[in-house]
Design a protein around this ligand. Sequence first.
Ligand code: BGC
Length: 393
Amino acid sequence: MQRSTYSFPQDFLWGAATAAHQVEGNNVSSDWWEREHRDDTDLAEPSGDALDSYNRYEDDIDLIVKGGLGAYRFSLEWARIEPEEGFFSKAQLLHYRRMIEVCLERDVVPVVTLNHMTLPRWFAHRGGWRSEDSADLFGRYVARVLPILDGVTWVCTINEPNMVALTRGGSQGSNMAASQLPSPDPVISESLIRAHDRAREILAEVDAIRSGWTIACQDFQAAPGCTRQMEEYRYPREDIFTEAAKGDDFVGVQAYLRTIIGPEGPLPVVDGAERTLTGWEYYPQSLEHAVRHTWEVTGHVPIVVTENGIATGDDSRRIDYTYDALAGLHTAMDDGIDVQGYLHWSLLDNYEWGSFRPTFGLASCDPDTFKRVPKPSMKWLGRVAQTGVLSHP
Ligand code: BGC
């Protein structure tokens, strides 16, 4: 297939993303660790040492630099910073401060997520996002974190609040499509919106910070004659959270797949469609569609693509997918949509919420030595980032 070449703006932010629980290892005070180690766990394998990024974060930042990317999205782990209710660890805050400093020293733009799926055990045990004071407790944590954010511009408050609401409280990961989950718990959705607003108020104390949240955009599509059903299905699962981003400094779009809604709800992936290692349909157009929809629903809040990628063992397919996703993104930008950056998911083959099998990384990691090895897709994306020119190899 003949593929065109596209030019991106000079100041476009190019980078890759991870999340604490998926790479750090030994996140023992989190609800996820507890779930992984229950006798009746539903997960295929525990996170264990993961990629030991807690100790090897400099190697990860080096990968970004040597790979030619300019930004690193990572998350702070609330369960480490506040391992017991009301006890804030200075040592852990300094740990994350050091990570931010290493990024700044190496000219890597840090994009910091304050909460990416996992919760401190104590918070989960007192009801998690269902408890009435959950937004205040989150706000207290954000206030403690604020001083270490000196020099950081981009802050994501809560990752994929819609997946948290769909999984009814956040003790589950997101390695699933919305279509496989029951409808969201409205109490949780409201708490998350309150927590986001509270966090943004606190972050607004620092002029330089631009804050927003990152939404799992599922590219809901209507089967013929099913527009109403699709819109009703989509609202509590996505649009309620996108509407809550109105007035934010930016909104994070995270897109991987599409979901087609028929008269009775989601339709299965069509027979014969190519599927990725997560079982999702190979559908790179979802990024362009998600960006267009988010732009409309927020009434034109600037967008950063905070996640997009593919779980595959075939790295050339990762390049194809990313090329097609970026070509679609460029078309949306040509139509005037303000997109300020693209952060690929993921920097590394990491712990995919229950299993290490679905490999999303631009780099692999040896499970015995923790040595990171960049893949050809990293080199390719780095060249796109360096030149601002998207072309297919
Ligand atoms: C999440 C990541 C996850 C990725 C792929 C996103 O929904 O934020 O934590 O690994 O999707 O499943």
